[in-house]
Design a protein around this ligand. Sequence first.
Ligand code: ATP
Ligand code: MG
Length: 429
Amino acid sequence: MTAGSSMTTGGSSRASLPAPCVLLKPGEAFLKGRNRERFEQRLQDNLRYALRGVGGSTWIKTTQSVTVLGGEVPVEELVERARRVIGFSAVEPAVRVPSTVEDIAATVLGALDGLRAERPGLTFAVRARRRDKDFPLTSTQLERHVGGVVHETLGLPVDLRNPGVRVSVEVGRHETYLSWERHKGQGGLPVGTSGRALVLLSGGYDSPVAAYRAMRRGLRCDFVHFTGAPYTNAASVYKAYALARELNRYQPGGRLHVIALGTAQKQLAIAGAGKFQVVAQRRLMIRTAGALARQTGAEALVTGDSLGQVASQTLTNMATIDEAASLPVLRPLLGWEKQEIIDEAHTIGTAGISVLPDEDCCKLLAPERVTTRAYVPDVQRVEKRLDMDEVIEGLLRGAQCLRPGADDAATGLAAAADGACGVQAVPSR
Ligand code: ATP
Ligand code: MG
């Protein structure tokens, strides 16, 4: 049975307690006042998506800002999946026990007894939160009671300031969740709560990290990759596909549009772009991406630009590129250093793909020295020699749409037909 087909919002049986589960603590979503319900719903939907194909039935239950996840799947697997979901700040393997003082104390005692064998000199603290006000002890009384039992039985010292292990006790009406291990979650805002964006995805380190950062601010991302075809090979497409698949592990199924720019690049060169070639190409990418975004419902474009990183990314050149944009161009990495970007690429899992060789379309026809100062009239002089609307229409007509990371990878690739993602060719502006 798959996770998706068997998921319920409560169906956990108390007969079989104690039982393992996972506690998920929301990050900023929790703070969002009146939007809270919408954020929590989106977070749950995204979690459900992340659990697809997990190989066993699962259930999700949300009680007062804590989400509990369980099922017939090893807890490690559930933790691994949940840690990918943007919007949870902490992911804690936990145990469900009946809400009685005896059950709680006995389980904590057993857990710490096991831990002290592995960690000599272990100190501990108990933190309790009582959601059920009918519970016979207050939170503080429960903390003291459980701490006292552990201290007396095992002789472990309490350290409230800097404990070696912090036992968290979440007391509910029928069941209580106990955890003593905490993994950092992705944090951020649930993907989809800020709208949709289209990411210009190259094969380098920067744009995948920019995409991840955009997702962390709640943007659901589709991707567009430009190749130098027919003058370059398919290596960059494979890379873009692999990158988008990796990025889709943090969000529900973003699409990848692949557009062959080579012929249009050549047209710009023939029109005399010269030292403005790279900026002219980038304007063409931004225009084409803008037209695509409007058809796919995206409200912004995202790039991996970082100010001053390379000649094409000076303020003057960025301003000239943005002049061609019909949607806001977001640059999450504007103030990042290259090493910071590469470090994050390692953390999110895209570095190993970005490092692979490819034939980058930007290098095709690039002049020996890219100008750092391309002004709008410089590039417009070149563009006027072409019918830009027609060029863009042609590019969109030839676009392929892929679904990286869709359940069956073969289906994702098979969708590589015009219009497979509902995009039609229309002029940009
Ligand atoms: P990256 O590491 O993301 O490739 P870069 O340092 O190589 O960036 P540029 O080549 O100037 O810098 O590209 C800047 C941004 O323009 C990229 O981050 C990306 O968003 C976009 N871009 C560049 N080339 C492509 C492409 N072939 N397809 C889609 N977007 C591209
Ligand atoms: Mg690049």
